[in-house]
Ligand binder design. Structure first.
Ligand code: X8Z
Ligand code: ZN
Length: 607
């Protein structure tokens, strides 16, 4: 494993990034670089340095997130500062030769370098250190979050269970409000983070941090925002039908005082802490509730199924398609269960700290269907790392971030009840006629219900970064968007003493979220492409590519490209299309939509 001690890095940086002394007479960037050949050399050297830094950075974060304490935090923050300095210097330097025509590979690398960070810092040591401290402290607060009443302290998992069980609306309200006591301390940190991150983005030539984030898609930032709206426009009518049916059923079940039959749905009643995944409502919403549910949780619990067994199931799906088994080091180095001797960040994530096949999973696995799915999601990331590990550092990335999120979830569309039965996790298969709608509902509660939330998180941040939403409006703006797009509302009055956005991991962790919306669209598009490669003919929702070598080979071909080409090239490999398109998702859910429209007849849908 390549591993550098942080103190080794400074000379490397000075070497390739030119003089940092502000009193030096030579203007920054005027280090004589002007010819295409010199630019190519600069890019190669910078890439090498950044590649080494990223390895140190990922190791430091791994150490911190698997053992949250002041020492690991200090190391992570220190390395973070160094990465920000290095990327900032490289981008500043490259601005001086933006107009020089260079070879296509260098050109691509320059573009990737300019968008290689979601966290630019101002070119000032103190500001950088402060920002690095903030982005280390915030996820630490989230990871250690607990809601305590007297001596009874509960973490996110336990509070989430109360919502998923759906038994007692008062207990659900308490769990929902309780988790949101974790985030108010993040508010002043977030406010400062926005100031510093924006200042860094401006120094990089972007008008704010949101513009930098929207610039990562091989198209102008403004066009990207329009693209998201276009895709959502294709899908919003489907969501509205699901929302309408769900609201009516919840209102019948819990009573109109708890869930009013009109208007937005109270956010604590959808079975999930953020109302982003409604899967746990399945027993209430299944079109044929008397059919056996596709739910493998009890079989996994009964197994008993260890965390390692859970990952083996996911690995098998990939190896059946022709992928390699996970490397031995994966099993030695991963964190698969919550340790009881230290604080960790349990939110699942996939890692490759040496950027060369050092695959690791960090997750607090429990034997549930939800975690079975999350493991496939994470393995999607890991196999992407694995397939592109031979590329140069700047190309070791997803075609865009939505691709990275879509790899495992695309394959989950091929995890059918029959396959689960083959694994011995499902005893009885539902009646084939009735299974279609039930299965569609199951997938819709997970993936269709998720769509507007996956837009809200960054719509809010984009407004915060641009200044359209000021700190005095943080919470109100969050709920405006939640209501507008998701059709939900807070069950109790909220105020600007709250910081509800911070109760979602990706806000304190500074992880962009539009990627999951794009992923949702891409999953169905890629699924259709892979089904075509497999020679499947028929309705999209009946296709499974499980075990299909041709589909596996084509998928690998796309993964191996990493970010070396603009994303439309990668998309084309699997789908033949060069545009993201939600039509495959619309087609997939056609049977459910017809059924929902019938059920909703006579109802006033919308909110
Ligand atoms: O954060 C994740 C993954 C890691 S990339 C577990 N997801 C989003 C979330 O949990 O909010 C996957 C689905 C959406
Ligand atoms: Zn992911």
């Amino acid at each position: 494993m390549r591993n550098l001690h942080p103190t080794l890095l400074l000379p490397l940086l000075t070497l390739s990034c030119g003089p940092k002394d502000p009193s030096a007479t030579e203007p920054k960037g005027a280090a004589g670089i002007s010819s295409p050949e010199e630019i190519r050399t600069f890019v190669e050297k910078t890439e090498e340095v950044l590649g080494q830094l990223w390895v140190v950075q990922e190791n430091a974060w791994w150490n911190h997130e698997t053992d949250i304490n002041p020492e690991t935090a200090a190391v992570a923050a220190d390395v973070e500062s160094q990465v920000m300095a290095a990327v900032g210097a490289a981008v500043a330097e490259s601005a001086h030769f933006a107009d020089v025509k260079v070879d296509p590979v260098t050109d691509r690398k320059l573009a990737l370098m300019r968008r290689s960070t979601t966290l630019p810092a101002p070119d000032d040591d103190d500001a950088r250190a402060e920002l690095a401290g903030l982005v280390t402290e915030m996820p630490g607060l989230y990871g250690q979050g607990q809601y305590c009443v007297d001596d009874n302290c509960r973490r996110l998992e336990e509070l989430s269970d109360v919502l998923a069980e759906g038994k007692d609306p008062e207990a659900m309200l308490d769990a929902w409000v309780g988790w949101r006591t974790v985030s108010p301390p993040m508010r002043p940190l977030y406010e400062r983070f926005v100031e510093l991150g924006n200042a860094g983005a401006v120094e990089m030539g972007y008008s704010d941090l949101g513009v930098l984030w929207r610039s990562g898609y091989d198209m102008p930032a403004d066009d990207f925002a329009v693209e998201v709206d276009r895709l959502w426009g294709q899908l919003a009518p489907l969501y509205e039908q699901l929302h309408c049916y769900t609201r009516a059923k919840l209102s019948d079940h819990y009573g109109a005082e708890v869930v009013p039959p009109q208007g937005p749905i109270p956010a604590h009643m959808l079975g999930n802490m953020w109302a982003q995944d409604w899967s746990s409502l399945y027993p209430l919403l299944a079109p044929y509730p008397d059919e056996p549910a596709v739910n493998i949780t009890s079989a996994l619990e009964a197994g008993p199924t260890s965390a390692e067994d859970m990952v083996r199931y996911g690995e098998k799906f990939f190896t059946d398609l022709g992928f390699d088994p996970l490397p031995e080091s994966f099993w030695e180095r991963s964190m698969l269960v919550r340790p009881d001797d230290r604080e960790v960040v349990c939110h699942a994530s996939a890692w490759d700290p040496d950027h060369d096949g050092d695959l690791r999973l960090k997750m607090c696995i429990r034997p549930t269907q939800e975690d079975f799915f999350v493991i496939h999601h994470e393995l999607g990331h890991l196999y992407y790392f694995w397939e592109y590990r031979g590329l140069s550092p700047l190309f070791q990335s997803g075609a865009h971030d939505g691709f990275h999120e879509a790899i495992g979830d695309t394959l989950l569309l091929s995890v059918t009840p029959r396959y689960l039965q083959e694994l011995g996790l499902l005893e009885t298969l539902p009646d084939p006629e009735r299974a279609v709608l039930n299965e569609q509902m199951r997938v819709a509660l997970e993936r269709l219900a998720f769509l507007p939330f996956s837009i809200v998180v960054d719509q809010w941040r984009w407004k915060v970064f641009s200044g359209e939403v000021t700190p005095e409006q943080y919470n109100a703006a969050w709920w405006n968007l939640r209501t507008k797009l998701q059709g939900i509302e807070s069950p109790v009055p909220r105020s600007e003493a709250d910081f509800d956005p911070g109760a979602k991991y990706h806000i304190p962790a500074n992880t962009p979220y539009t990627r999951y919306f794009l992923s949702s669209v891409l999953q169905f598009q890629l699924h259709r492409g892979l089904c075509d490669v497999a020679g499947f003919e028929g309705d999209l929702h009946t296709c499974s590519i499980q075990g299909n070598a041709a589909a596996g080979a084509r998928y690998k071909q796309m993964l191996a490209m990493g970010a070396s080409q603009p994303w439309p090239d990668a998309l084309e490999v699997v789908t033949g299309q060069r545009q993201m398109d939600a039509q495959a998702m619309v087609d997939y859910f056609a049977p459910l939509m017809t059924w929902l429209e019938e059920q909703n007849e006579g109802q006033t849908c919308g909110w």
